[in-house]
Design a protein around this ligand. Structure first.
Ligand code: SKM
Length: 175
């Protein structure tokens, strides 16, 4: 039987990777793995605690190990953390690990979607908008260089995004 590649979602905080990934996996009858959730479950602590105690570097080391583990699975949907593309080694693992979908969103949408979220240590600052704009400038080219497909998630609901992903992934396989 032909092997079905993993589907790997990349993109910034607030792009909807977890919600869309869960829906997409259900729609395609695949298992879903969320890198941030699995890191927290494995560590027995939440992301702010990991940043406090181990620093961002400690979190990134855990993230790289988790990405390596997840991309080794078969036919699953994976949501990665927003900073997963920062390391070259992660970008290689992600590119080689399956079909990669960049969930693009605007900084305005990110601001709305992350407004009350206390689980994102990099955004617990008064200048959140500037932080998100700086992240966008640095990371958007990395997401694009890693992805097979770019899909917009602003101005439409998760169900429409999921249908679009399925249609466009199918076109990659069978043009
Ligand atoms: O992985 C978490 C963590 O809060 C760091 C992060 C980032 O660097 O954009 C995004 C989240 O998914």
């Amino acid at each position: 039987m032909q092997e079905v590649p993993n589907l790997i979602l990349i993109g910034p905080m607030g792009a909807g990777k977890s919600t869309i990934g869960r829906l997409l996996a259900a729609e395609m009858s695949r298992d879903f793995h969320d890198s941030d959730h699995e890191i927290q479950a494995r560590c027995g602590a939440d992301i702010p605690w990991i940043f406090d105690v181990e620093g961002e570097q400690g979190f990134r080391d855990r993230e790289s190990a988790m990405i390596e583990e997840l991309v080794g699975r078969q036919s699953v949907v994976i949501a990665t953390g927003g900073g997963a593309v920062l390391r070259e080694e992660n970008r290689c693992l992600i590119r080689e690990g399956g079909t990669v979908v960049y969930l693009f969103t605007t900084v305005e949408q990110q601001l709305k979607r992350t407004a009350r979220d206390r689980n994102r240590p990099l955004l617990q600052r008064p200048d959140r908008e500037q932080v998100l704009r700086d992240m966008f400038a640095l990371r958007d080219p990395l997401y694009r260089a890693t992805a097979d497909l770019v899909i917009r998630t602003d101005r439409r609901g998760p169900r429409a995004v999921v249908n679009d992903i399925i249609r466009r992934v199918q076109r990659l396989v069978d043009p």
